[in-house]
Design a protein around this ligand. Structure first.
Ligand code: APR
Length: 235
């Protein structure tokens, strides 16, 4: 089976009702990103940060995967498919995709703020509000299992390994502005076809060999792309 790697960003979840990060006002749900998504912000005002992610978690539990998330499952019947997502939502999981790497962490998990970098066995599933005073067994405050600005991306090496083996790369709904995630595209082999689905794509026609840009929203562009790939690439 050919290997497909799908790199997704906030744009794939936009039509489910989750706001993207870099909208016109440059704010994330009304906040300066560094205030709510950095270790310094958490140290300065833990209550604000916990409250911010509590609201994001509550919102996530009310929305559903859209046709773009769902279409990606069909790829699995035909290709060895891995999704590398920058999103902290669980919409790929709920849609039914089976191989997902969450580069920037997961909103429905928490971990101790006592010095771990959050490898999977150190996380707890968490669907309710996270409060000041919710602690790990060693007494440290629990924090969202999110990779904040300035923190290491523990799954990046794994993501590189997966990307290097891609026969086809699909990029959906990311502004490709946040590193190291955005640099993954440089790890594909030369001439690997790349398909970008984004109504305002940040890559241009000449940036890569073999690049196809589909200037559509995820819901309008991904199902068609999936059908074409299944029809055009022999198993
Ligand atoms: N369908 C597809 N793409 C869309 C849609 C849509 N309906 N709506 C918007 N987009 C595109 C935008 O044109 C933009 O290119 O989605 C992209 C969203 O970009 P960002 O808001 O920058 O989100 P993302 O690239 O995922 O951000 C990366 O930044 O704040 C951090 O850690 C956070 O994971 C996040 C990272």
């Amino acid at each position: 089976m050919k290997k497909i790697v799908v790199l997704t960003g906030a744009g794939i979840s936009a039509e489910s009702g989750i706001q993207t990060f870099r909208g016109a006002d440059g704010l994330w749900e009304g906040h300066n990103v560094m205030e709510v998504a950095s270790p310094e912000g958490f140290k300065k005002n833990p209550l604000l940060v916990l409250d911010f992610y509590n609201k994001r978690r509550q919102q996530l539990l009310m929305v559903k995967p859209n046709q773009a998330h769902q279409a990606l499952i069909e790829l699995e019947t035909h290709f060895n498919t891995t999704i590398i997502t920058q999103n902290i939502d669980d919409l790929h999981e709920r849609a039914g995709s089976s191989s997902i790497v969450h580069l920037h962490g997961e909103l429905l998990k928490v971990r101790s703020s006592g010095g771990t970098d959050g490898t999977d066995d150190e996380t707890l599933d968490w669907r309710k509000d996270l409060l000041l005073g919710d602690t790990c067994p060693n007494g440290y405050q629990l924090r969202p299992h999110i990779v904040w600005f300035g923190e290491q991306v523990p799954l990046f090496d794994k993501a590189i390994e997966i990307t290097e083996q891609a026969d086809i790369l699909i990029i959906i709904g990311t502004s490709m502005q946040v590193y190291p995630a955005a640099s993954l595209v440089n790890f594909i082999s030369q001439n690997t076809p790349i398909y970008v689905v984004d109504p305002k794509p940040s890559v241009r026609k000449n940036d890569f060999n073999n690049l196809t840009i589909i200037e559509k929203t995820a819901v309008n562009g991904v199902p068609d792309l999936v059908s074409k790939l299944i029809a055009n690439f022999p198993r």
